[in-house]
Design a protein around this ligand. Sequence first.
Ligand SMILES: [Zn+2]
Length: 275
Amino acid sequence: MPELPEVETIKRSLAQKITGLTIREVKIYLPKIIQITNPDEFQTGLKGKTFLNVNRRGKYLLFYLSAEYVLVVHLKMTGQLIYSPANAPVAKHTHAFFNLSNEHRLSFIDLRQFGRLYLVPLEELENMPGLKKLGFDPLSENFFPDIMAQELSHRRTRLKPLLLDQSFIAGIGNIYADEILYRAYLHPLRPANTLKAQETAWLFKAIQEVLQEGIAYRGTTIRDYVDGEGRPGNYQNKLKVHGRAGQACERCGQLITRLRLQGRSAYICPYCQKL
Ligand SMILES: [Zn+2]
């Protein structure tokens, strides 16, 4: 699943390309991907609108449009948004595309079909289901170590599920949660309220560093992720623990192990991340 660094990379790659362009035509092949409005309203609502700005909140992409509308996209497991020439062949698993005013097209492609598109009036954006419940954006200017420390102090939730909880902190998924906890020398099963001040500081720093590095390397491509122009990321080569079971920890030489945690995998160094 694309996580914050991937969604941020898509945002940046598309912002350069589509800002100022107008949607001339909307084609929908798979109506279920359109939520809140019905597909006809979505189609007529988007036609003639101009892309003003692209933003991100957690794993959501927000395309601010003219006439005070916002196109909201969640890519979920395997969704892709690809900008290409309008005369390029329509890729397999394309469920919708928008023809733009410059002979180019923005396509929504999704193998697993879990991704969703929403067209909402700007004034209703904050109340949109999903967006409304999002917690802190870890890279926002309003996210500080003391706020996080206070939030952790009254939660008994274990660290990895807490990092994955989008209503606590928005944008982190399985890959970056493993990398963050490794960097902070913290075990994924550690209850949040048992962290000492120093450990909370490490965790905060690790969240910032790992996500910023992920963005600097333009995201992690393990299977499907590509940016808005179809280019894969490079952070998969920088991962320290995720997907590296049986390989040596760079810090101590112990072998990385894979745990089962609530039906998902967690990768740790058993020496660096003691419970
Ligand atoms: Zn280690």
